[in-house]
Design a protein around this ligand. Structure first.
Ligand code: GLU
Length: 467
């Protein structure tokens, strides 16, 4: 049997789940799913100063909204400290790591010296044990850090899923600090031990981590762990080609939930940020999983395009069962207005569905029709409810009062009669009628709107301005 594919998403809980993180999670998830493997969620909460429980919650909430279910986890890195310390002790014992008593100031001075000599600024190896080398006496009372004994020669080479072969000379790399003076393991070390223990076969992450990879590979080799395959995803840029940031719009995934985007649209759109399947723009989660085999990942940065996201979202809204869509819109609508009783909300939704790109827009537009009526604004009234137009409205009202079946077609016929009788064009009737009945200049087809509002409502609103 071939090896099980195991991927992970390993966010540091220092803020909400942002778009780049969500895309990394999605790609890791889809890759594991494609191969029938496992997707692991690991919260890297060891940076005590920057990690917060709120951020953990926000990340879990974002993952849940996107429905990216982990097969294992969430694991919390903090809870694995004993294990990390155990591996550090083992490395010390095997002479693959060593105590270093240099102070940060001393290390800075070493770096400065190297810089001045035109060399790579690095720790100079003062405390690095070598055959036959005599180490300096331990300064009393000083707590050491633990450094990893990085190979001095050779190179670290890996075949990146996106970037191809990358090779870094070991001479470029420092002896990394793997435990602080208080004994706590450092970030790169925890990642390595966790990836090993969790059997991670593919590390898919943002290319801001590419510099960590050679260091991590050397440690993995030292502890005797298999080296996973790495895939470093290029950044997401804003429309101006600069790294996506708040300037370009919301970067928190949950801000998109709030703005009324559907999770399936978000997944579809995020998948296209740095990956493609021919010309396909719209595809289901299942299709994504069946296609996502690690090929067709883009090597250049993706560009955020809210217009395209809106287009994708509108597509998903329009292809959804209207009743289901209404269920999703209802809480938003209720937050916006008191809904008049008896109105056919499904019919209202269908009037607006082609005009809205998000649930929030749909709720906004629907609220104009379904909210309790507070009369016509003075400004609109002054402009559109003139004596002349009130005369026309009055006539229209008299005719619709006689209607026995209240349908859009019958209302339409009366509108046509009215135009003919007064020898006017549609706007002369349509706009005052909209203003009088819904306090708006523009609406979808007004005959459809009136049909939905119902005879009693329409007549009483018209009476309020005409009589
Ligand atoms: N915790 C890291 C971050 O949030 C990711 C580590 C990794 O993927 O290796 O940026």
């Amino acid at each position: 049997m071939s090896q099980e594919i195991r991927t992970r998403f390993a966010p540091s809980p220092t803020g909400y789940l942002h778009l780049g993180g969500a895309r990394t999670a999605l790609f890791s998830w889809a890759y594991a799913r494609h191969f029938g493997g496992k997707f692991v969620l690991r919260i890297e909460d060891t940076d005590l100063e920057r990690s917060t429980p709120e951020a953990v919650k926000a990340i879990l909430e974002g993952m849940k909204w996107l429905d990216l279910k982990e097969d294992e986890g969430p694991f919390y890195q903090m809870q694995r400290y004993e294990r990390h310390k155990e591996v550090i002790a083992q490395l010390l014992k095997e002479g693959k790591a060593y105590y270093c008593y240099s102070t940060p100031e001393e290390v800075e001075a070493m770096r400065e010296k190297a810089r001045a000599a035109g060399k790579k600024p690095k720790y100079d190896g003062t405390w690095r044990p070598e055959e036959g080398k005599v180490l300096p006496p331990i300064p009393p009372g000083r707590k050491p850090v633990v450094r990893f004994k990085n190979p001095l020669t050779g190179a670290v080479t890996w075949d990146d899923m996106l970037k191809g072969t990358i090779s870094i000379d070991n001479s470029e790399l420092d002896d990394l600090i793997i435990a602080r003076p208080d004994g706590t393991p450092t970030y790169n070390f925890c990642v390595v031990v966790d990836d090993w223990d969790m059997g991670i076969t593919h590390v898919i992450r943002g290319d801001d981590h590419v510099n960590n990879t050679p260091r991590q590979i050397n440690i993995l080799q030292a502890i005797g762990a298999p080296i996973p395959i790495y895939g470093h995803l290029p950044m997401i840029n804003g429309p101006d080609g600069k790294k996506m940031s708040k300037r370009h719009g919301a970067v928190s995934i949950m801000a998109y939930e709030e703005a009324g985007y559907l999770p399936e649209a978000m997944i579809n759109y995020l998948a296209r940020l740095g990956w493609s399947h021919g010309d396909d723009e719209i595809f289901s989660r299942e299709e994504l999983v069946s296609w996502f085999d690690g090929n067709n990942l883009s090597k250049s940065p993706a560009q955020w395009d809210v217009k395209k996201l809106n287009w994708v979202n509108a597509h998903y809204m329009r292809s959804m069962d209207p009743e289901k869509l209404l269920d999703l819109v209802m809480p938003r609508l209720k937050r916006k207005c008191n809904i008049i009783s008896g109105i056919d909300l499904l019919a209202v939704l269908q009037l607006f569905i082609d005009r809205a790109e998000t649930l929030e827009q749909l709720a906004d537009q629907m609220s104009l029709l379904v909210s309790e009526f507070n009369g016509v604004d003075a400004e609109l009234s002054a402009q559109y409810l003139t004596d002349e137009s009130l005369n026309i409205l009055r006539d229209f009202k008299n005719q619709i009062e006689t209607l026995t079946t209240w349908t859009q077609e019958n209302i339409h016929e009366i509108m046509m009669n009215t135009l003919q009788k007064h020898d006017i064009k549609m706007p002369k009737l349509g706009i005052p009628l909209r203003v009088a009945t819904v306090n708006q200049k523009q609406t979808p087809a007004i005959d459809a709107v009136l049909a939905i509002l119902g005879k009693d409502v329409v007549i009483s609103r018209l009476a309020a301005v005409c009589d």
